[in-house]
Design a protein around this ligand. Structure first.
Ligand code: 48F
Length: 258
């Protein structure tokens, strides 16, 4: 068979357009493809919800690829290990209560399972704004990351969703957009993003579960974003809390969608 270059281009354009068109209206839109966003998206899709995830970068996985200081191992505690077991990621006992996993195996496995569960992932898209109707977030405003990087003045497009998960990590980008643009208060003691506190693995991992909740009508914080929003410590290269927080955000939204 002779290959036709134009047919290859046509196939990509038509298939991609179909995926994007089918994603304009969804149950849950997740911002950020790190461990928290991926785990939340996986759980929601497993429970038959229509989930779309936007990731600014070319690669999915957020801060998990590099383990700690680019040593590509991550650490999880027993509760985190259970989630890695469910994904089928191999863990090794280091000492009682401390399990290690290869970060490359972890990212690639979680990503693959998430896609196969039905989550539609769009990489190279940045969420630059939210849609807000009567003080509830009703969707996302997205643009190509290249437009953002090149600082081009190109208007974005919109995605409607019943719920949004802010899983943007340390930057807590969606929470900050709501705070800076809407003039509305977040559901924090100050009404604003409080900002993350210095590293403390024990407290950070404890507080992340408490902080994984609705931060604004229609928006849930998951992962490091939850601690940044509520002023809790970062925790470095222990990742159990990220996975557990993703699961919790998904279960809270599943409850709401009932
Ligand atoms: O940073 P990230 O991995 O967040 P996480 O899931 O996990 C945190 C850990 O990696 C680590 C840690 C462990 O103790 O503290 O830092 O909470 O993933 C966040 C992802 O969101 C993307 C960003 O590129 C990254 O991959 N992201 C951030 N803002 C946007 C975004 C945005 N506005 N639009 C699209 N993607």
């Amino acid at each position: 068979m002779k290959l036709d270059d134009i047919k290859i281009s046509k196939a990509i354009i038509e298939r991609f357009s179909a995926k994007l068109l089918d994603s304009l209206d969804c149950d849950v839109a997740v911002v950020g493809g790190g461990p928290a966003g991926l785990t939340a998206a996986y759980q929601l899709a497993k429970n038959k919800k229509k989930v779309v995830l936007f990731e600014r970068k070319l690669s999915i996985g957020g801060g998990m690829w590099g383990g700690g200081i680019m040593f590509n191992e991550i650490v999880v505690q027993s509760e985190g290990k259970k989630i890695l077991d469910e994904f089928g990621v191999k863990t090794t006992l280091f000492e009682e209560g401390y399990f290690c996993a290869d970060s490359i195996e972890t990212v690639t496995t979680i990503c693959s399972k998430t896609v196969k569960a039905g989550v539609r992932i769009f990489n190279l898209f940045s969420v630059e704004d939210v849609m807000l109707t009567e003080e509830k977030v009703t969707g996302l405003v997205i643009n190509w990351s290249t437009v953002e990087l090149a600082k081009l003045h190109v208007d974005p497009i919109t995605i409607r969703s019943k719920y949004v998960i802010d899983a943007t990590g340390h930057a807590a980008e969606i929470a900050r957009i709501i705070q800076n643009k809407s003039g509305c208060k977040l559901k924090t003691p100050t009404g604003n993003v409080i900002g993350e506190k210095p590293m403390h693995a024990e407290i950070g991992e404890q507080m992340i579960m408490e902080n994984t909740k609705e931060i604004f009508p229609g928006v849930f914080a998951a992962g490091m974003c939850a601690n940044a929003v509520f002023g809790a410590p970062r925790m470095g290269p222990i990742f159990g809390g990220m996975l557990m927080s993703g699961e919790k955000a998904a279960s809270l939204i599943l409850e709401k969608l009932k």
